[in-house]
Design a protein around this ligand. Structure first.
Ligand SMILES: [Zn+2]
Length: 246
């Protein structure tokens, strides 16, 4: 069984068709992430409608900047209330790309979500664009354990630090054409790897939209780089995924 550990199903059209395509390819678990109040509710609905879908709820860093602290706290309360239906916390993190962002507020919100994931003992899926080291520092400070660094584009030194912390890196389907991610696969032990599509983004052949069925491309690349059989990669990554929710 293949697993897509990070995508945004709510952003895709014809979701019935998308799920069918995934199942045909043996992609039987799809973790879909909300990014704000509206998509968190949509994601919950999808997880109730399709048994393949797991809900990951959070507030994307740029969205958090548009919200008041009160609104953020009430969304955290919403997630807490729905904890039985939630697989993990995400997409959350920090994003220092672009100008004039309130980095302090980003950190404050990120800390709240890390605390939530610890309290619920659920994985946290982290977005860290241009804030890679800063995200790692905050996660280390708060002693987060069930961490998935999604689409991690930081330096290889930082990749090593993630591995030393015992966290996971999810390899996007873009690995097919990305030397950076191919290098990441090379240096990270398979025990620390998961796979994601980040659908609708990040299509393996740079098309749009991407979909969970394509996650197989990440698995194939890992098999090729590590010199393992596809079945072996499939089994190991399924074990990694299970370890996260233990
Ligand atoms: Zn995403």
């Amino acid at each position: 069984m293949y697993i897509d550990v990070h995508c945004h199903l709510d952003m895709l059209k014809n979701i019935d068709e998308i799920i069918k395509n995934a199942k045909k390819k043996n992609v039987n678990v799809i973790v879909s992430a909300g990014v704000d109040i509206e998509t968190n509710r949509k994601t919950l609905e999808l997880s109730e409608k399709f048994q393949e879908v797991r809900a990951c709820l959070g507030i994307y860093p740029d969205e958090a900047l548009k919200m008041s602290d009160k609104e953020i706290d009430s969304e955290i309360e919403f997630i807490n209330k729905n904890k039985e239906k939630v697989w993990g916390i995400g997409e959350v993190g920090m994003d220092f790309s672009g100008n004039d962002k309130d980095n302090e507020k980003q950190e404050r919100v990120f800390e709240k979500f890390i605390e939530l994931s610890k309290k619920l003992d659920k994985p946290i899926v982290v977005h860290s664009r241009k804030a890679e080291e800063e995200c790692i520092e905050v996660l280390e400070k708060l002693k987060a354990k069930k961490v998935v660094m999604h689409y991690f584009s930081g330096r290889l030194k930082l990749v090593e630090r993630i591995v030393n912390n015992g966290w996971m890196l999810s390899i996007p389907t873009a690995v097919k054409n990305s030397e950076h991610f191919q290098k990441v696969v090379e240096i990270v032990p398979i025990e620390n790897l998961l796979c994601e599509t980040d659908s609708p983004y990040s299509h393996p052949d740079k098309k749009f939209p991407n979909e969970p069925a394509n996650v197989v491309e990440s698995y194939k690349m890992i098999a090729k780089i590590k010199g393992l059989g596809l079945n072996e990669v499939e089994e190991k990554i399924e074990k990694n995924f299970e370890r996260l929710v233990k």
